[in-house]
Structures are given as C-alpha cells and as structure tokens.
Design a protein around this ligand. Sequence first.
Ligand SMILES: NC(=O)c1ccc[n+]([C@@H]2O[C@H](COP(=O)([O-])OP(=O)(O)OC[C@H]3O[C@@H](n4cnc5c(N)ncnc54)[C@H](OP(=O)(O)O)[C@@H]3O)[C@@H](O)[C@H]2O)c1
Length: 329
Amino acid sequence: MEYRYMGKTGLQLSVLSFGSWVSFHKQIDDSIADTLMGIAYDHGVNFFDNAEVYALGESEKMMGRVLKNKNWERSSYVLSSKVFWGWRGKGNRPNQHGLSRKHIVEACHEALERLQTGYLDLYYCHRPDKKVPIEEVVWTMHHLIQQGKILYWGTSEWSGVEIMEAHRVAQQYGLIGPVVEQPQYNLLERNKIENEFLTIFNTVGLGTTIWSPLASGLLSGKYNEGIPEDSRFALSGFDWLKDRWMQESFLTKVKGLGALAKELGISQAAMSIAWCIRNPHVTTAILGATKKEQLNENLKALDALPLLTDEVMQQIEGIVKTKPVLPEY
Ligand SMILES: NC(=O)c1ccc[n+]([C@@H]2O[C@H](COP(=O)([O-])OP(=O)(O)OC[C@H]3O[C@@H](n4cnc5c(N)ncnc54)[C@H](OP(=O)(O)O)[C@@H]3O)[C@@H](O)[C@H]2O)c1
C-alpha cells in the first residue's frame, strides 16, 4: 500500500480507502462488513469513511460494531463522519440538519456514540449550507478540535470559493481551517480536481478523499449489458443515480475503456481506480464494495498503476474525452 500526506497536514492516508455509502445496512450485514473491512485493513487500508446520513445512522452503527469486534489499535486507522443531512430523513425538524453550531455539535456527539469511538479523525461538512454563516461553521469545527472530539475538519462538494472563504475566516480569527475536501472524481467527472481546486492545491493546500471512483460501479463495466438484479442501480430509491449514469454516451466510453483494459491484461475496475490515484492531487480514492471479489479486484488498482504510462493515459483520454479545457499559452 502507498500512503500519502493529506494536503499540507501531517496525516497519512492509504491511497485506497474504504467507505460504507449505500452498501452498509442497505445491502450488506455485519458479517460481510466485517469481512470487507478485514480485507481492506489487511491490504494496508487505514481510512474508513462514513456519514450521519448513510442508512440514516445505521451505517455508522454497523461500522462501530465491526471496529469494536476487530479491536484494531485505534491509532492504526483513520475514521471519519460527515454532518449535514441529519439521520431522521423526512422526520428531521429544524436544527436536526444543516451546519448550525447546534447541529454540528450534536451530530458529532451522536456519530461518536454510533461509531463507539472517543474521537473522529476527520469530520466533514457533507455539503455547504447556504443559510449558515461560514464564521459559525469554522468556529464550531475549531472548538471541536480543541475539545479533542475531532482531529481535522474538511468539506465535501464545497466550491473552491466556499473553501477559500472558510480559510479567510480561519486566518482572520487564528482558527484551524478546512484541510481536506471530499469531491466526486472519476474518469467521467473531473472538473473540481483538475480545474476548480488547482489554485487551492498550490496555495493553502488541500487533501482530497475522492468518492465514487467507479461512478457507482458503471466504470467496472457491469452495466454494459443492462442492470444486474443485485446491483446498486437496481435498488429502489436509486433511480436518480441510475438515470444519472445509464446514458448511451457514457456506456460507449465505458465499453471503449473495457477494450483497453483487456489489452493491458487488467480489470476495467482496477484500471479506472488506478487512473484516479495516478493524479498526485488525489490523497485517497474511497472504494465501495458489496462483495469480497469486488474489493479484491479493486485493490489491484495498486498493481495496475505502473501500467498507466503516459501513452496509455493518452489512449484513455482519447476514449473518454473528459479532460477539462484550461486556458493555454
Ligand atoms: N461525500 C459524498 O458526498 C460521497 C458521495 C458518495 C460516496 N462517498 C464515499 O465514497 C465511497 C465510495 O463511493 P462509491 O461506493 O460510490 O464508489 P464506487 O467505486 O464508484 O462504487 C462502488 C459500488 O460499485 C460496485 N462495484 C465496486 N467494485 C466493483 C467491481 N469490481 N465490479 C463490479 N461492481 C463493483 C458495488 O456496488 P453494487 O455491488 O451494489 O453494484 C460498489 O458498492 C462511499 O462509500 C462513501 O464513503 C461520499
């Protein structure tokens, strides 16, 4: 396993990590979660990602039970949660979601309880909250760090402007600013990492824990001939995700990538994940899996990495044609 420093911090994350969105509680039980986290940890994965909203709190509870059962040294892994949507779904009342001081603090306490841990290594604002002053968010996160309840804080799907506004506030008051962002990044979704955040990487610094490296599984090629019954796009309540990705233009590209992966003698999933972590601005790619075969295949991205030469990267580019266009001189 390779480990990378998270932006300008002293924290090292394994370049492949593991998350629980959709899968934990909705698709897999404690026993499979235990197997998958065990496989990940044994391969050197040291970062496990979660959020209050995943399976409405049940995902954190499941990960907490697995971690308790594993009894790994707490210092050997990095654990995260995220605040924004709350965990009551449509039952949320005012202050039970969003980024007010009240919800951030209460959500943190609840996440600690569900995960059965004394502190979170990383705590993310899962989305920007346009109704809450960024000052309130930065002060609250700073206090949680001072209280030892979280060690680092960051954002997810914030714009570059919002991240820099948080830094402006932090600098103004001498507070700890956000050090990590969790954006989507894969062969079909590239703008934030390859364009919007470039100035931030070069100035205040920013770690990135990227999500959906396989575009919810699409880039594994599993949807090329339709939607398998036991797959994410077949789940009820996920039509929005299926509609987002099951488009002819994407599937044509995915099929092209499949042919190239075959030539290279690697799986399409491993190639697509390796492509993500080949970018040095990516600290870690968070993997998702519902079966141990998937996770074992995805961990082979580390072996696939050296095969992605400049020439192969150009071939990939020729297939996907998704590189953001930047001004040239
Ligand atoms: N911050 C955010 O807003 C945000 C949003 C989304 C995710 N995340 C984080 O990022 C993590 C990863 O995201 P993701 O789950 O969307 O990642 P992904 O790698 O794009 O998709 C993972 C899913 O694809 C399928 N899959 C994975 N490997 C496969 C393989 N080799 N062959 C066939 N199918 C395969 C599995 O679903 P099926 O078996 O069900 O088809 C698996 O659960 C999440 O767990 C979460 O921690 C964060």
